[in-house]
Design a protein around this ligand. Structure first.
Ligand code: IVH
Length: 676
């Protein structure tokens, strides 16, 4: 197809796909099946891969979320979803306590319950006879949006309430909760790790990153397509049970929630005095950077439900609870310079050098600007006053430029035409946002490549940190990763920081790392777009590095989960003699690649499998392990790509979806037969 023909076809495909998307999402009607629509999207995708210069940000292939939020059904909350008043200082906690004590009988003793405040999106879950039937966002507190389908994809939300009660009292409440209707409230949030991974993914796709985990979780729940929500790996923490089951304290509420199968927080504490509150605030403050989720404070609630109710509500917040926040995570500062850093792939990343400023207890002097498009979007100039934000230990970001503070002397930034490290020309590849150093021998590229090679996910060489990598380079001892394996104690000893023992340790660590799995070997090569998952897929498919070296782009295309850009990149990598030489040199120097365990081909090999409902004979984790062992892919949501949907007891909506899409539905018995 010529470029001219492609342009025309792409434009027609886009219009048609957009029309169907609108019919489907906004009008809730459908003229063609999902499968047919997927097929159109696939054709568009392939054409855009072939002519990346024709990709536009508004192409359906670039879509990250739906815009028509009012397509969600509105729901009216039975009781309003409140928010909390914030306090920041011990003196404000004291004032709060004085106020509530005044409102309670003079002789009342007051105790509190402390929990970590998650930073996500408040959700109300309704269960009828123990089964989840509605999930809604807070909205304006009175009316929210029905996001049931999306919330169902969150594994930490039980679809059916459990009975994990230990003692008799708890058992009574739990039994009551599982018949009739109850309402659970809590926070949907995105774990830090997921947030970081998703932002990396966003960057890879040249899409703007999410500013913080809160935005990311809100954006993920308010997706019209639950498959996207599912792919975002959200979590849920329950903090309240609105229904009165006879419990008298907030602490009991939490015990019930845990018994019903919710994560109701892991750092909850009963607190009996203001000193307790302070010490709890301090302790969580110390560990919060290492918590797996992002938090900006703690929540203190009057523990007695009777007292809490009696204290009532002012405006939109209950009097009986407060959010005790940690200091703001934003600060303003000045961009003193913008310089570029060069990564392993040769990509140039602009970094803002800032006038050092304290943000959340740490000094920030740099912030990544990601790429030139991000700089343009923010319109950051050298000399600008900007707002920087730091989320937990996540690297700081510039979130806004205060343009009103400009003097006119600010300087616009331009990507350098020459690599600041080696002086070679830089260039932007078609269809990509990043600029690259065009010299593959560039010191920075080599250096970063070696760091990647020895990293935890690669050869995992103990004791070969950043500083040593740099030393080895500077001393000219290592020019390519293959040189590592011939290093001797004598080579290392003369270097600064090395004594006989440390030199011997490093040499032995390197020797130990020689035996490596094929997947790690592939990952360590640092082929662009080949991360851990893809390296695994390739290892599984080829089983042998030579086979991968000699593969064709067609064969790569045929592997599931490997898209056009990735296939191109792999093929270009092995098309370069230098890289083949590297692989050979590694093997010559003693690297032993062990093949992946041969998976006996089963009827499930290479198949995508979804399990819905409870299986009688095995837990979910066991089923997952069995599927993987059989060479299948365990996936969490049903799409036209799914091969089998295994239906257990009390299946969820996935079974209906499978029916609608015409996916093969099988019973547990049939599943066991296929597993062999
Ligand atoms: S208790 C009356 N506990 O923070 C509201 N809220 O700023 C009762 N939040 O709307 C809320 N973690 O969405 C409570 N452990 C926790 C929380 C929590 C996060 C959210 C919640 C609330 C907002 C108030």
């Amino acid at each position: 197809m010529t470029k001219r023909e492609a342009t025309e076809r792409i434009s027609k495909l886009r219009d048609e796909i957009n029309r169907h998307r609108y019919l489907y999402h906004v009008k809730d009607t459908q003229e063609i099946s999902d499968a047919a629509l997927d097929s159109l999207k696939h054709e568009l995708d392939l054409l855009e891969q072939q002519f990346p210069e024709l990709i536009t940000p508004d192409s359906p292939t670039q879509r990250v979320g739906g815009e028509a939020l009012d397509e969600f059904k509105k729901v009216v909350h039975r009781t309003p979803m409140l928010s909390l008043n914030d306090v920041f200082e011990p003196s404000e906690v004291e004032q709060w306590e004085t106020r509530i004590r005044k409102l309670l009988p003079a002789d009342a003793s007051v105790e509190y319950f402390g929990e970590v405040k998650m930073d996500g999106l408040a959700i109300a879950l309704l269960y009828r006879d123990g089964v989840l039937y509605r999930a809604a966002t807070r909205g304006d507190g009175r009316i929210g949006e029905d996001v049931t389908q999306n919330v169902r994809t969150i594994e930490s939300v039980p679809l059916r309430l459990e009975d994990q009660s230990g003692d008799a009292k708890l058992k009574q409440w739990v039994t009551k909760a599982r018949s009739g209707e109850i309402e659970v409230r809590g926070e949907v949030y995105m774990p830090k790790k997921v947030f970081e991974a998703i932002n990396k993914e966003q960057e890879k796709k040249s899409l703007p990153p999410f500013a913080n985990p809160r935005n990311a979780s809100a954006g993920s729940v308010r997706q019209l397509d639950p498959r996207i929500t599912a792919s975002r790996k959200l979590s849920f923490m329950a903090y309240d049970l609105v229904t009165d089951l006879g419990q008298t304290t907030h602490q009991e509420t939490h015990a019930i929630l845990t018994a019903l199968g919710f994560n109701a927080g892991t750092h909850n504490e009963r607190l009996v005095s203001r000193a307790d509150i302070e010490s709890y605030h301090e302790r969580i403050g110390k560990i919060r950077a290492s918590l797996p989720y992002w938090t900006d404070g703690i929540v203190i609630t009057v523990n007695s439900i009777g007292q809490f109710r009696g204290l009532g509500v002012v405006g939109k917040a209950p009097r009986g609870a407060i959010a005790y926040k940690y200091p703001a995570e934003q600060a303003t500062t000045i961009v003193e310079d913008i310089q570029v850093q060069i990564g392993r792939t040769g990509a140039l990343t602009p970094v803002a050098h800032l006038k050092p400023v304290q943000v959340a207890g740490t000094t920030v002097s740099r912030a990544t600007l990601h790429n030139i498009d991000e700089i343009r979007r923010l319109d950051v100039r050298i000399g600008d006053t900007v707002i920087v934000e730091k989320a937990g230990e996540i690297i700081p970001d510039i979130v806004q430029v205060l343009v009103k503070l400009r003097t006119g002397k600010e300087k616009k930034f331009h990507m350098p035409a020459k690599c600041p490290v080696c002086g070679s020309p830089t260039a932007r590849k078609d269809g990509e946002v990043a600029y690259y150093c065009t010299n593959p021998q560039c010191y920075a590229v080599q250096h970063e490549g070696l760091r990647h090679f020895v990293s935890k996910t690669g050869f995992d060489i103990d004791g070969l940190g950043e500083k040593i990598v740099e030393q080895l380079f500077k001393a000219d001892l290592v020019k390519s990763p293959a040189d590592l394996f011939t290093l001797t104690i004598k080579d290392l000893e003369p270097l600064e920081r090395f004594a006989e023992k440390s030199a011997a340790n490093l040499v032995s660590a390197i020797q130990k790392a020689k035996r490596v799995s094929l997947a790690r070997f592939i990952y360590a090569l640092g082929i662009r777009h080949v991360g851990e998952e893809t390296a695994n897929d390739l290892a599984r498919h080829f089983g042998d590095i030579q086979k991968l070296e000699h593969t064709s782009i067609e064969e790569l295309h045929a592997i599931r989960d490997i898209g056009g850009v990735v296939a191109q990149s792999i093929s270009a990598y092995f098309g370069d003699k230098k890289n083949i030489d590297l692989v050979n040199a590694l093997i010559k120097n003693g690297v032993e690649i062990h093949r992946p365990e041969k998976i006996q081909a089963t009827p499930l090999t290479g198949k995508k499998i979804v399990v819905t409902g409870t299986l009688a004979g095995m837990s979910r984790d066991e089923a997952k392990a069995q599927v993987r062992k059989a060479g299948g892919d365990w996936v969490s949501s049903v799409s036209t790509q799914t091969d089998f949907v295994v239906v257990g007891e009390n299946p969820g909506s996935k079974a209906d979806k499978a029916k609608k899409l015409g996916v093969n539905i099988i019973s547990e018995k049939e599943f066991l037969e296929l597993l062999g």
